[in-house]
Design a binder for this molecule. Structure first.
Ligand code: ATP
Length: 208
């Protein structure tokens, strides 16, 4: 898996009909840095993350990784990028552990990563349960776990603090610091000022 040195977003714009959501957003994110997208509800944080993840197409602008343009379907991009957006679906008939095993296997994650992540995210007690039987916080933890069982050089997290209890938020801070130390480039959107202050190297402000 090649290292990501630089994600570059240049003059990115996205509109929905008459509504201009993003208007010429530019930033650079280097390996080992965390950039936090901040702004009020409806200001375009999710839209920005979806564009960077390739899940949405900007109307204008250039997105490159180490100088190379990419699409969500590019194998090299899929091999390095892990995104946990807010619309994650689970396989309804797979247990927590089975869901993570499928993802880890499909993305070439290291053997044993599932057990580690299940424990780290406090999901051990529900590892054999189906998603429908999980609490909303446990579902959120499973969504986050989905991002952490795969190899990644670029990690995109949409409001990862959502529905986490205080222990979960503490875990998240520590996990983000570990991602930084491992040289992962992290782009996250957050409403949690203390998380942003504690972890982000840069902030990207978006406005309604
Ligand atoms: N598919 C879509 N079609 C039309 N409008 C959309 C679509 N997706 C998002 N929008 C609009 O774009 C704007 C930005 O939405 P977005 O979800 O990016 O905001 P956000 O900053 O993530 O908000 P929040 O803090 O509430 O999660 C909103 O006004 C939203 O209604």
């Amino acid at each position: 898996m090649s290292a990501v040195r630089t994600l570059k977003v240049e003059e990115l714009s996205r509109r929905y009909g008459e509504l201009v959501v993003l208007d010429g957003v530019s930033f650079t994110l280097h390996a080992g840095q965390i950039a936090a997208v901040v702004g009020p509800n409806g200001s375009g944080k999710t839209t920005l993350l979806r564009c960077v993840a390739g899940a949405d197409r900007p109307d204008a602008g250039v997105l490159t990784i180490d100088g190379r343009r990419y699409r969500e379907t590019d194998a090299w991009f899929r091999a390095i990028a892990a995104a946990v957006l807010d619309d994650i679906d689970f396989f309804p008939d797979l247990s927590v552990a089975e869901h993570l095993q499928v993802l880890a296997y499909a993305h070439g994650g290291p053997a044993g990563s599932v057990d580690e992540v299940v424990t780290e995210l406090g999901l051990a007690a529900v590892r054999d349960q189906l998603p429908v039987t999980l609490s909303s916080g446990q579902r959120r933890r499973l969504a986050l776990a989905s991002g952490f069982v795969r190899p990644r050089r670029l990690l995109i997290l949409d409001e990862p603090e959502q529905r986490l209890d205080s222990a979960g938020r503490e875990w998240l801070r520590e996990r983000l610091r570990q991602e930084q130390a491992a040289g992962t480039a992290v782009l996250l959107a957050s409403h949690d000022r203390s998380l942003v202050d504690a972890t982000a190297d840069t902030t990207i402000q978006v406005e309604v």
